[in-house]
Design a protein around this ligand. Structure first.
Ligand code: RTP
Ligand code: MG
Length: 141
């Protein structure tokens, strides 16, 4: 088993609904340790850059609008197979297809407003962690 780091966001819908603690509890219960965290409010340019891979798709502009609609929590999670494990506890993008007991199945209100983001590969984890955190902001545990 490999200890990995992944990047995670508690999205504006979940912050608005006071789900930060509930979602952090899911991370910790799954063996994913929080090794960096902060709250911030994305501006348009930072959100567009984060989702650049989706530029041109029909959901891109409403997604950027949603992600800039209120504060978010960004965090780095560490644990065995952290990238896949986090995707597993998040559930599928479309909450209606997400497995019971996953964060999205339990709390998402639409395909867009789906509470959490998680890196989908080692390459995106590395890029996304560096997009939001300097090396000294990530703590050894
Ligand atoms: P994320 O990047 O946020 O972890 O989610 P994901 O990998 O499961 O989904 P992705 O395909 O990367 O899409 C990014 C986010 O865009 C919104 N979305 N809306 N058809 C739609 O309206 C649609 N499709 C995607 C969701 O917020 C999704 O998480
Ligand atoms: Mg994605």
């Amino acid at each position: 088993m490999v200890v990995e780091r992944t990047f995670s966001i508690v999205k504006p819908d979940a912050v608005r609904r006071d789900l930060i603690g509930t979602i952090y509890q899911r991370f910790e219960a799954a063996g994913l340790k929080v090794v960096a965290a902060k709250m911030l409010h994305l501006d348009q340019a930072k959100a567009e850059g984060f989702y650049a891979e989706h530029e041109g798709r029909e959901f891109y502009e409403p997604l950027v609008k949603f992600m800039t609609s209120g504060p978010i929590m960004v965090q780095v999670l560490e644990g065995e197979n952290a990238i896949a494990k986090n995707r597993e506890i998040m559930g599928k993008t479309n909450f209606e297809e997400a497995a019971p007991g996953t964060i999205r199945a339990d709390f998402a209100s639409s395909v867009r407003e789906n509470c959490v983001h998680g890196s989908d590969s080692p390459e995106s984890a590395s890029r996304e962690i560096n997009y939001f955190f300097t090396p000294d902001e990530v703590c050894a545990r």
